[in-house]
Design a protein around this ligand. Structure first.
Ligand code: S3P
Length: 448
């Protein structure tokens, strides 16, 4: 892409961030609501759906596979599903844009149907590994008819006519791999079993139960789970209320922690313990994050988070915490840059295969803004103290979370921080710039 086609944005120091906002619906739950709704016979109603590009691509894929998917306005959606195993062969390639989650979960759902589909995405998604998903699906009877070098997209998958149940131990802690196997297992007779040695987010399991599937999960080893799904259920339509996404809340939350004098309330943020590693870590660093009005929304515990500017100190983040904060290391690294002392984040190998190589990209984002940072094997080490100089031009590598993290850094650094492209923010948090401006953030497109 040439510079002329990009949409740069600059963040500058200004007054405190103050006010109350609700960040959009959880991305993981939104994808799953559309996919499971499409695998149910009858109408599923969803409220609070994230209407970001990633999720809208999943909605389009569900339509292309034969489900009726309609927006009713205001985040309310209606889906008339085709039932487990009922997808129709799509007439054109399914384009998932930037979204690994959409693509990989739908691969699982398609693997259990006797149809052929081409999976594709943007330049970022075309670089990401797909073998980790396809390997178990092939064991269940699916076939790869075509793929790009290294098992990458575009990839043509032929689903199984008679899908086989599988017992599978995931090679890495990944909710995407687990979910793909479970979605394929819906169409197989008997028990499909997924074993994970580190528990990953459990939204697929919870939602399957909500739709009437028989699925049980037990602890496995110190940090893992063994999940058993009975295949060939008749999924029953069930209303879904999507709670606010803790991974999106992370940006204004850290913004409020690092901009002096700030106090921000984030409404209805989901507190699923498999997603809240960032909040735990920030509290260990000294962050003032109060949980108010705790309640249940859509089967998840949520609370309004009152976040106040805080003096932070560096900590060590254990590798075992990574699955519960896998998307939050970029913004944690920003908080660490403003903390006193050193923060060591352990075991971040998986960050290399996200929307960008987030381990290198995080280090680069900090370095160009004057922060001392090292990568040692799979650990990221950020040396805080004395504030952040800023003044850097950050390459966002088609990655929404780099863009939002760098902008939060610019709100508290001495010099402005510029990002080369803000377009990918729309994949997960379309109203980000407006909501942040409403809290008082100084974000602007000009370079002066
Ligand atoms: C997701 C799982 C995570 C995460 C992604 C969303 C999901 O990926 O990074 O943003 O909704 O299942 P992995 O579980 O593959 O690490």
């Amino acid at each position: 892409m040439s510079e002329a086609l990009l949409t740069p944005l600059t963040a500058r120091r200004g007054g405190p961030l103050t006010g109350r906002i609700r960040v959009p619906g959880d991305k993981s739950i939104s994808h799953r609501a559309l996919i499971l709704g499409a695998m149910t016979v009858g109408e599923t109603r969803i409220s609070g759906l994230l209407e970001g590009e990633d999720v809208l691509n999943t909605a389009s894929a569900m339509r292309a596979l034969g489900a009726r998917v309609e927006s009713l306005g205001g985040g309310n959606w209606s889906i008339h599903g085709v039932g487990v195993g009922g997808f129709a062969e799509p007439a054109a390639p399914l384009d998932f844009g930037n979204s690994g989650t959409g693509c990989r979960l739908v691969m699982g759902a398609v693997a259990g149907c006797p149809i052929t589909a081409v999976f594709d995405g943007d330049a970022s998604l075309r670089k990401r590994p797909m073998r980790r998903i396809v390997d178990p699906l092939v064991k269940m009877g699916a076939r790869v008819l075509d793929q790009a070098d290294g098992g990458r997209l575009p990839l043509t998958l032929k689903g199984a006519t008679d899908p086989l149940p599988l017992e599978y131990e995931t090679p890495v802690a990944s909710a995407q791999i687990k979910s793909a196997v479970l979605l394929a297992g819906l169409a197989a007779p008997g028990e499909t079993i997924v074993i994970e040695t580190e528990a990953s987010r459990d939204h697929t399991e919870k939602m399957l139960k909500h739709f009437g599937a028989r699925i049980a999960s037990k602890p496995h080893g110190d940090h893992g789970r063994r999940i058993v799904l009975q295949g060939q259920p008749e999924l029953e339509p069930a209303a879904i209320a999507v709670p606010a996404d803790p991974s999106s809340a992370a940006f204004p939350l850290v913004g409020a922690l690092i901009v002096p004098g700030s106090e921000v309330i984030l409404d209805g943020v989901m507190l699923n313990p498999l997603r809240t590693g960032l909040f735990t870590t920030l509290r260990e660093m000294g962050a003032r994050i109060a949980e108010e009005n705790k309640r249940d929304e859509g089967g998840e515990e949520v609370a309004d988070l009152r976040v106040s500017y805080s003096t932070l100190k560096g900590v060590e983040v254990p590798a075992a915490r990574a699955p519960s904060m896998i998307d939050e290391y970029l913004i944690l690294a920003v908080a660490a840059a403003f903390a006193e002392g050193t923060t060591r984040m352990r075991g971040l190998k998986e960050l290399r295969v996200k929307e960008s190589d987030r381990l290198e990209a995080t280090a680069d984002m900090l370095r160009v803004n004057g922060v001392k940072v090292e990568i040692e094997d799979d650990d990221l080490i950020v040396h805080g103290g004395g504030g952040v100089t800023g003044g850097g031009n950050v390459n966002t590598h088609m990655d929404h979370r780099i863009a939002m993290s760098a902008l939060m850094m610019g709100l508290a650094s001495k010099e402005p921080v510029r990002i080369d492209d803000s377009a990918f923010i729309a994949t997960s948090f379309p109203a980000f710039v407006d909501l942040m401006k409403g809290l008082g953030a100084n974000l602007s497109a000009d370079l002066s």
